[in-house]
Design a protein around this ligand. Structure first.
Ligand code: NAI
Ligand code: UGA
Length: 433
């Protein structure tokens, strides 16, 4: 089939490369000229495991193209997939400006019947509104389908081909089946429902996962007070099949381009509809406090931070990506700098993206050993394997007393570090290893 994907962010690019790999002809429309030029020169603007290979295959087999203008590529197209950004506004409301702009262009430009597939995460009710305001006014029939995306950054290609489910929301079963044909090579449960319910599935899924994280963080905080170890607790709790082992890692909490924005977005949607989603409000509050907790731990162990050298290991919001959107490390570094600490930070992939967002006094290096020289303490903010597996004897020789480790992801071998003479401080873990 032939389709256009609008937007070449994470979701647009992964969808484009994977759908081209599955044999479809895909044209990606991108309005950011810098990004478009890179793509046309054969350069992927994001890092994602396994994507580079699919990208090359798509381009070399003439199944993957890039364009600036929808108008140039519309003839012959069966589907238009929208994968533009839906960021948060300051009050938590979802900013749908990019979606509206695209919907307007499609409705004004369409010259033959086609199907619009919404991949972007949009609030429940958006599809109905778009149909009424834009698509029903086009000169040709435009059918609309909600098809939320559940991939994770860092595992996006794997997730595309191994989803737990594919959700298609449409008020017309024939259109739903046509969209499901795009995924005919993927072995996964395919669930169809109405548009608004499909939109809600996406928000409910992200909110539930965020709830698991904040829940386990609260249990971790309580573990510290009663002297229990959250790693042991979470592992045994997760063995209950009704709970499951995933998303029970306590620490700095969730970051990234989606959980923060989608939890705030759902909270706003709830309030807008006259409902106070108290549980979700608490999830958001707990998450923001975990970042402050990291600074409190540093304070508790080494006192006033002014003039102290602190290394931050990891800037990406999670391992396997160069994405720093809403990354806990960035907030924490700003707090540390405000307190007068001398901060040096490293990340295997995210330095370039983090650089413009950090205070200029922060020293950045790709070499973790360099940022640890002279540090009294370090914070592990992202559990990259290469940071978890440093040569800790060498690090000890580089650091200064009290050799404090704040393990923001509970990912380090606490017993070994304590044995080497470090002072270890995890989240929800006793200090006596
Ligand atoms: N990042 C992720 O892992 C996931 C994101 N989502 C959702 O997918 C949507 C997209 O997310 P990202 O890819 O992270 O967004 P992004 O913000 O990284 O990328 C969006 C792209 O769309 C382009 N764009 C905007 N308006 C355009 C227009 N009129 N014409 C052409 N291009 C245009 C922008 O220049 C940008 O390159 C969001 O709604 C997000 O919530 C869903 C699942 C996973
Ligand atoms: O809507 C989206 O954009 C995506 O959001 C998340 O994916 P992603 O943000 O890429 O990454 P996750 O692996 O979910 O991690 C999110 C954050 O939670 C944190 N996390 C995760 C798991 C955990 O146990 N504890 C924890 O603190 C991670 O460190 C990270 O900062 C969801 O997992 C995807 O299903 C969804 O499609």
């Amino acid at each position: 089939m032939e389709l256009v994907i609008i937007g070449s962010g994470y979701v647009g690019l992964v969808a484009a490369c994977c759908l081209a790999h599955s044999g479809h002809k895909v044209i990606t429309v991108e309005k950011n000229i810098g990004k478009l030029e890179k793509l046309q020169r054969g350069v992927l603007p994001i890092y994602e495991e396994g994507l580079e290979e699919l990208f090359r295959q798509g381009v070399n087999s003439s199944r993957l193209f890039f364009s600036e203008d929808l108008r140039d590529v519309l003839p012959g197209v069966d589907f238009i997939m929208i994968a533009v950004g839906t960021p948060s506004l300051a009050d938590g409301r979802v900013d749908l400006a990019q979606v509206y702009e695209v919907a307007q262009t499609i409705s004004e430009t369409a010259d033959h019947p086609l199907v619009v597939v919404m991949k972007s995460t949009v609030p429940p009710g958006t599809g109905k509104y778009l149909i009424e305001r834009f698509f029903s006014k086009a000169c040709v029939p435009i059918r609309y389908v909600s098809n939320p995306e559940f991939l994770r950054e860092g595992k996006a290609v794997w997730d595309w081909y191994h989803p737990d489910r594919i959700v298609v929301g449409s008020d017309d079963p024939v259109t739903a089946e046509e969209v499901l044909e795009l995924y005919s090579d993927i072995d996964a449960p395919k669930v169809t429902m109405d548009v608004t319910s499909a939109e809600m599935v996406k928000y409910a899924s992200n909110a539930f996962l965020a709830t698991k994280i904040s829940f386990i963080n609260e249990v971790a905080n309580l573990c510290e007070l009663v002297g229990a170890d959250i790693k042991l607790v979470a592992s045994a709790v997760g063995m209950d099949k009704r709970i499951g082992p995933h998303f029970l890692q306590a620490g700095l909490g969730y970051g990234g381009s989606c959980f923060p924005k989608d939890t705030k977005g759902l909270d706003y949607i709830s309030s807008f509809n006259g409902y106070s989603f108290n549980l979700l409000k608490a999830v958001i509050e707990v998450n923001s406090k975990q970042r402050i907790l990291a600074v409190r731990k540093l304070h508790k162990e080494i006192g006033n931070l002014a003039g102290k050298k602190i290394a931050v290991l990891g800037l990406a919001f999670k391992p396997g990506t160069d994405d720093v959107r809403e990354a806990p490390a960035l907030d924490i570094i700003k707090y540390l700098v405000d307190e007068g600490a001398a901060v040096a930070a490293t990340d295997p992939l995210a330095l370039k993206n983090a650089y413009p967002l950090l205070p200029s006094c922060v020293k950045l290096s790709a070499d973790p050993y360099e940022v640890l020289v002279g540090a009294q303490a370090f914070l592990l903010a992202t559990e990259w394997p290469q940071l978890v597996n440093l040569d800790w004897e060498r690090v000890k020789r580089l650091m200064r007393e009290p050799f404090l480790v704040v393990d923001g992801r509970n990912a380090l071998d606490a017993r070994r570090l304590v044995g080497l003479g470090y002072r270890y401080c995890g989240f929800g873990r006793p200090g006596n290893f």
